[in-house]
Design a binder for this molecule. Sequence first.
Ligand SMILES: [Zn+2]
Length: 373
Amino acid sequence: MQTGNRIFAALIDLKNFTMAKYTAGVLFGEELQALYEDAKNNEFAVPAVNVTGTDTINAAMEAAAKVNSPIIIQFSNGGAQFVAGKGMPNDKLQANIYGGVSGALHIHTLAKYYGIPVVVHTDHAAKKWLPWISGLLDQGEAYFKEKKRPLFSSHMLDLSEEPLEENIHTSVEFFERMKPLGMAIEIELGVTGGEEDGVDNSGVENDKLYTQPEHVAYAYTELSKVGRLFGVAAAFGNVHGVYSPGNVELRPVILKNSQDYIQKELKTKPKPVYFVFHGGSGSPQYQIREAIGYGAIKMNLDTDLQWAFWEGVQKYYKKNEPYLQGQLGNPEGPEKPNKKFYDPRVWLRKGEESFVTRLQTAFEDLNCINRNA
Ligand SMILES: [Zn+2]
């Protein structure tokens, strides 16, 4: 019996060894770098999913497990606060900070049981949100001391509204603090149009919506002095949210121009930069694939998944409307109980299922199927 168990355990080890490319759990350091390189060299991007609580976190992990690929799960400052609860005091950003910590710990606890590698990340932090990132790093450093791994895989600073030198200088300072933890940084150059999480860039002049290659080269030079684990969200006409077609035109070739410029000027290998694609909701697959071909390794997904979650709930309501008007009474009789229809586990699950289905389509669009094999 003992021997049998040992053989069985060895077989399971062998299965894990041969089937999974990345460790199930939260990725950081060398393994995170390997994923970035893998994505760039093999022309796929990892979906970065904005989440707001355990429902969307779990749905994101479920989708990643179904397609057997790594996933990036990210919290905006508002998403992190929502994890803590809108009713929790937040006068010192404690809901933004500890909501983020709570969400990250949820992923640390469960990702290995979903059997998937997860990059845990925070989305846009403009200048006024730097205290949020500092607070998360205080917690992250304490976590690292105890666990020898970071709480978050990466943070994004979005100082694109500030002068370029300030943007890069501040980003370098944060990167220096994050590097010893095995963390990556994401920065933004140029402005993503549209509106997200209360930041409205819909009135920004058009030239800021297209990042200059010289600016990317400058950022690349300065951040490279600290380390390799950095991503650049460059603007190439991308817009947050979904709008009817307007004046702004998506030009992924902007990314290629920057890659070629840096390769030539700084004598690097081809495609030196890890690019991040923001504001891609509603983009056709051919443009997404074009951006990926130019080194976009991460694509943010928020708006389309918000709609998917809602649509799942909406369809459920429409289908079961007569059973959702009171605790008792439906077409089968005035005394019939409706508990099994209004139980949140039933209708929230419909939102999750719809979210999972839409996210699987995104994995396909990003050429990110079976990337953990
Ligand atoms: Zn964004």
